[in-house]
Design a protein around this ligand. Structure first.
Ligand code: AMP
Ligand code: MN
Ligand code: ZN
Length: 868
């Protein structure tokens, strides 16, 4: 990178020029052009005139044929054509692409040539993209950026990062391309709550709603309902989730609503934003303290600090290559006085406590370009933002030309920010100083920028808050954004196919479809991004070439992704299967698909329940277009205990064949129920008993096809089987160790908690009088007013459950801790009101008669006891 950027900046040596010219040329960008702009201008002019000239050529059809009847025209065409082809060949060669443009048979070669051009275009544009990114300080290479000299803790040597062409132990130090992400321990292994990659819509993680005006729906608050997943069913986890959602259909509105919709709808801009802001200078970065937060205790303390300020800045760093849904690795927060960096890998399950300040309408949260941040906060932590100001939207409103943070920093702070680490692998721990500094700088200046843009907005709208109000409204709309999980549908592959603008025949398309589904399944299973499993361009290439041999598949992938290598035989079988598809032109297939679709209800292509732009709620709710023996949403009626599960399955199996014959009419090769295992038959029957909004039927039929192939393959390769078994064993051992460590940590934490608490309590009491806010529904009085609607039986269960530790009890599982507090201790309350979060823990902690206001010190107490 250094080499390429310096070559752009350095002078091209000129061989024959006078000293005067030399100095002149020394400043030239390249020969004949004084700077990049002049070069671009010239290039653009050339392209425009070429386009005009080509448009002026006689059009194909009558006119062209007429002209062609003149030998001179013919000759001109062929000589110019050759010239152009030669020119194109040279460009292609220059970029290292295949380039035999001229030697082709003119009739049959046209298509091939066109392919060559398309391939070269792809390659060249890719390079251009990379160079542009590099020039603007962003590296798009998948390889994560690491600071020079950084040594990751554990280096795993694998075949993938071993350079080809080296034999033996020679030049050992060069066996690594770069310190690759795979050398970093997967943070997912340490997560207390398993990542949910299932092919089901995202459901908010929230279970306590601070600053609520409208209480949290019971679905979220009542862990009992939420946790009641049909684990007992002999079906894949994804399906179990889905069935669960169907069963709890009465909560479907709640499940997919924005928990703070009401509050955001009724949000008013604070008065303080309506007048001309006082610009407050930032502290020099070097003089500012930056606290790294990786314990719950510190996080709680930070939350308390934040509760006392009227605004703070937030940013996130995210990693998406080695995880299916991506992982938020860091949260940076800056107040006017201090900077904080939170290790969100460590505190992932505890981050929700920040909702107290993040949803406080009196505290403005300043973000820059919060689109992704808002989604990541929901996805990973169940965090929401009420009262946000996005400086990116302010920049847009001010027409600053460029709206990036580095531009704002340049304009307002004269700081040249280095965006080198934007795409760094933020999972690295411990974080090198350079990366910490970079992360800190992302929020350090943001409050100052917030002041400055507001001042400019205020001035631009003639000392009126009109524009500020506009940015505020935009930011509020952003806060209302809901995270949408990528959902696999039978059409997902078509979306990607259309984007690639290539024309496949039926075999190629079948291969593409199978590869796409294979990749999706594996990505979810292994928690890897689809790009890591098999990048798009490789997948396209395999589908296009339909290699007969595994080696051919390998040849399409350079470098071969580890999972492709691992599952080579499986892929080989998929391609083989695709090759057996009758050969039809792609258009015929498209027609066939089109004619099929109207039979079913129209489905949005990238459907998600949050994607309200494409589907109405009623679309989503209406799940029952088939006559089925069971009502949708009540597959297993809890009251109906007389009917045993086998009978039900049998009952459903009886109707499944009709449904399947309809849904799978095109998929003759897909498994019929008779060939399925018991588990899969159940899965099918359940799926078919209501119309699946995500068309998971076909997904599972595909999955089933893989399973079959996989099993076949597993029989073939005992060696690989053994290897896989060993890998699994190791992973399990690791997970076990991690769990034990967590248990230990939890124990020691609980011990230390006793002390921390008493100290804190004293501080809290001292501060009590100065408490600033009241949580909307957290006063004691409300407790007695709440109707006592929970079933007594359920309550009893709640009380008992904590005493009987479940077999796979996970420490720090807040779900369990939560209901323990609310059900176990406060006898006078029979129902957990999510908006009274403070009470359970507080009463427990205050047993010794230290009476406090409901709000005083609620954050520590509440969250500490959630962990008990
Ligand atoms: P930022 O808000 O600039 O700190 O970026 C936050 C996160 O967004 C980074 O940690 C990256 O994961 C991701 N990101 C930022 N810029 C890009 C980009 N150009 N391409 C892909 N991801 C990006
Ligand atoms: Mn950001
Ligand atoms: Zn950032």
């Amino acid at each position: 990178m250094a080499a390429s950027s310096s070559s752009a900046a350095t002078v091209k040596p000129s061989d024959h020029s006078s000293p005067a010219e030399e100095t002149e040329q020394e400043t030239e960008f390249c020969r004949g052009f004084k700077d990049a702009e002049a070069f671009v201008k010239h290039g653009l002019g050339a392209v425009v005139s070429a386009t005009k000239a080509s448009a002026a050529l006689p059009a194909a059809g009558d006119e062209f044929d007429l002209y062609r009847s003149f030998p001179a025209f013919q000759q001109f065409c062929s000589s110019q054509g050759d010239r152009l082809l030669h020119c194109m060949s040279q460009i292609m060669q220059h970029h290292g692409c295949r380039s035999h443009m001229r030697d082709r048979n003119r009739l049959t070669g046209l298509e091939d040539r066109f392919d060559l051009v398309v391939d070269s275009n792809d390659a060249i544009l890719e390079k251009v993209g990379i160079l542009l990114d590099e020039a603007s300080g962003v590296s798009r290479t998948q390889q994560p950026v690491m600071p020079a000299g950084y040594q990751p803790p554990k280096i795993v040597v694998s075949s993938w990062n071993r350079r080809v062409g080296f034999s033996g132990g020679e030049r050992r130090e060069e066996t690594f391309h770069l310190l690759h992400a795979k050398n970093i321990q997967r943070p997912q292994l340490k997560f207390k709550d398993k990542v949910d990659n299932s092919n089901t819509p995202f459901v908010s993680k929230i279970f306590i709603k601070p600053n609520a005006v409208k209480p949290l729906p019971s679905y979220f608050a009542d862990k009992h309902i939420r946790k009641e997943r049909p684990e007992d069913l002999d079906v894949p986890a994804a399906l179990a989730d889905f069935i669960h959602q169907q069963r709890t259909q009465e909560h479907v509105d709640d499940m997919f609503s924005h928990p703070y919709q009401y509050e955001l709808d009724h949000l008013v801009m604070p008065e303080s934003l309506k007048c001309k802001p006082e610009v407050q200078m930032y502290k020099p970065l070097a003089e500012s303290t930056c606290q790294f937060i990786n314990t719950l205790d510190d996080l709680v303390a930070l939350n308390e600090k934040l509760a006392k300020v009227s605004e703070f800045a937030v940013d996130l760093e995210h990693h998406s290559y080695r995880s299916f849904l991506g992982i938020t690795c860091l949260m940076q927060i800056s107040t006017r006085e201090e900077d904080f960096i939170i290790d969100t890998l460590e505190l992932r399950s505890e981050m929700y406590i920040l909702n107290e300040t993040f949803t406080d309408p009196a505290i403005v949260k300043v973000f820059h370009g919060a689109d992704s941040d808002i989604e990541w906060l929901q996805k990973d932590f169940g965090l929401y933002v009420v009262s946000m100001f996005d400086t990116h939207h302010a920049a847009r409103c001010l027409n600053l030309g460029r709206n990036s943070l580095d531009h704002l920093l340049k304009v307002y702070c004269s700081v040249n920010s280095d965006k080198r680490y934007q795409l760094a692998d933020w999972r690295i721990r411990p974080l090198p100083d350079e990366m910490l500094k970079y992360a800190q700088a992302d929020t350090h200046y943001l409050l100052y920028v917030y002041d400055r843009v507001r001042a400019d907005l205020f001035e631009t709208s003639n000392s009126q808050p009109t524009l500020i109000q506009q940015v505020w409204a935009k930011s509020r709309d952003l806060s209302l954004k809901k995270y949408v999980k990528p959902i696999f549908t039978e059409d997902s592959y078509m979306e990607l196919y259309r984007k690639q603008k290539r024309s496949f025949n039926t075999q190629q398309l079948a291969a593409f479809r199978l590869l796409y589904a294979w990749r999706d399944t594996l990505g979810r299973e292994e928690d890897e991004s689809t790009g890591y499993i098999l990048p798009n361009h490789m997948m396209m290439k395999i589908a296009e070439e339909l290699p007969k041999e595994p080696q051919g598949i390998m040849a399409c992938c350079n470098p071969t992704p580890p999972l492709v290598r691992q599952q080579m035989n499986e892929l080989h079988q998929l391609i083989k299967q695709a090759r057996e598809t009758p050969l039809l032109k792609a258009e015929v297939l498209a027609e066939k698909r089109k004619s099929m679709t109207p039979k079913r209800k129209p489905q949005p292509t990238s459907f998600g329940p949050h994607d309200t732009s494409r589907s109405s709620e009623s679309d989503f709710l209406d799940l029952s277009s088939f006559e089925t023996p069971t009502k949708p949403g009540v597959l297993f009626l809890e009251e109906d205990e007389s009917v045993n599960q086998e009978e039900r399955s049998l009952h459903m199996l009886m109707c499944v064949e009709d449904v399947l014959s309809f849904v799978l009419e095109e998929e003759e090769e897909a498994a019929s129920p008779a060939h399925l295992s018991v588990a899969q038959q159940k899965a099918h029957s359940i799926m078919e008993s209501f119309e699946n909004p995500f068309r998971m039927v076909q997904y599972f039929s595909l999955v089933h096809a893989f399973c079959q192939i996989r099993n076949r393959w597993k029989l073939q390769s005992i060696e690989q089987q053994q290897q896989e078994a060993q890998e699994k064993r190791q992973a399990k051992e690791q997970a076990k160790k991690a769990q034990e460590e967590r248990k230990k940590a939890k124990l020691s934490y609980q011990e230390s908690l006793q002390n921390v608490h008493t100290v804190r309590q004293q501080v809290m009491e001292a501060k009590q009088a100065g408490q600033k806010r009241e949580s909307a529904a957290s006063d004691v009085g409300e407790e007695s007013l709440k109707p006592n609607s929970t079933k007594p039986a359920q309550k009893k269960k709640n009380v008992q459950e904590p005493e009987v530790p479940k077999q796979n009890f996970k420490p720090f599982d807040y779900s369990k801790s939560n209901f323990k507090i609310f059900a176990g201790k406060s006898k006078e309350s029979s129902q957990f009101d999510p908006n009274r979060q403070a009470h359970g823990p507080k009463q427990k902690k205050n047993q010794k008669g230290q009476k406090k206001s409901a709000v005083g010190g609620r954050s520590i107490l509440k969250y500490e006891s959630l962990l008990c």
